[in-house]
Design a binder for this molecule. Structure first.
Ligand SMILES: [Fe+2]
Ligand SMILES: [Fe+2]
Length: 199
C-alpha cells in the first residue's frame, strides 16, 4: 500500500465551490481556516495526553503542534493585514460527522488506529481543499499560501498513516483505511456549499 494509492479521496471538490461560495466571503474563510489550524494542534496535544508512553508519537505530535500553531499565526497575520479581526470559532460539521468513524470502546489499539486514520483523513481532505483553493482563487497572496499549505498537509497525512501502521498491532490498516475513505465519501457529498475549509 503506497501513500499514493492511499491518498485517493473518493469525491473531488467541485472548483465552483471557490468561485461561487468562497470568493464572496474571504473573511469567513480565513476565520474558519485559523480555527482549523488550532484544532489540528489541539488534536495533536490530545494524542500526546492519551498516549504518553508512545515516544515516537509524542515526538512527532510535539513537532506537529508547533507547525499547526505556526499556520494559525500566519492565517491570523493575513486576517490582521486585511483589516479583519478573528471571529469566533466556527462549528466544523464535517469533522464532527467524520469523528463518528472512531469506534467507541474498541480497546486501546483500535481507538488509537481509528483516531490516527481520522486525523489522516482530515489532513487529506484539507490538502485537497487547499489544492482546489490555490488553483482557483482569484487572490494572488492566498493562492501561493494555499499551495504551500497543501504540501504540508500532504506530509501530515503521510505521517498519520505511518503512525497508524507503526502502532496497529494486528489490525489491518489498509482495510480500515478503505472503510474510512468510504465513510468520508458518504459525508462529503453533502458539503461544498459553505465558505469554510471543510464547508
Ligand atoms: Fe496546518
Ligand atoms: Fe495539518
Amino acid at each position: 500500500m503506497s501513500d499514493k494509492t492511499i491518498l485517493k479521496l473518493q469525491l473531488p471538490t467541485d472548483p465552483l465551490w471557490v468561485k461561487n461560495v468562497v470568493e464572496s466571503n474571504i473573511e469567513e474563510l480565513l476565520t474558519d481556516h485559523a480555527f482549523c489550524e488550532q484544532k489540528a494542534a489541539s488534536n495533536a496535544i490530545t494524542l500526546i495526553v492519551q498516549n504518553p508512553n508512545l515516544s515516537d508519537l509524542v515526538q512527532e505530535m510535539a513537532l506537529l503542534v508547533q507547525e499547526e500553531m505556526d499556520h494559525f499565526k500566519r492565517v491570523h497575520d493575513i486576517i490582521l493585514a486585511r483589516g479583519f479581526v478573528l471571529g469566533r470559532e466556527r462549528k466544523d460539521n464535517y469533522v464532527n460527522e467524520l469523528r463518528k468513524f472512531v469506534v467507541i470502546g474498541g480497546g486501546r489499539t483500535v481507538q488509537l488506529v481509528d483516531r490516527l486514520l481520522f486525523s489522516a483523513m482530515i489532513e487529506a481532505r484539507s490538502c485537497e481543499r487547499f489544492k482546489v483553493l490555490s488553483e482557483n482563487i482569484n487572490d494572488a497572496e492566498l493562492s501561493v499560501f494555499y499551495h504551500e499549505l497543501m504540501i504540508s498537509e500532504a506530509t501530515h497525512y503521510a505521517m498519520f498513516i505511518r503512525l497508524a501502521r507503526k502502532y496497529c498491532g494486528d489490525i489491518d490498516v489498509e482495510t480500515r483505511w478503505k472503510e474510512c475513505l468510504a465513510f468520508e465519501a458518504e459525508i462529503i457529498q453533502n458539503y461544498g456549499k459553505a465558505e469554510t475549509i471543510h464547508g
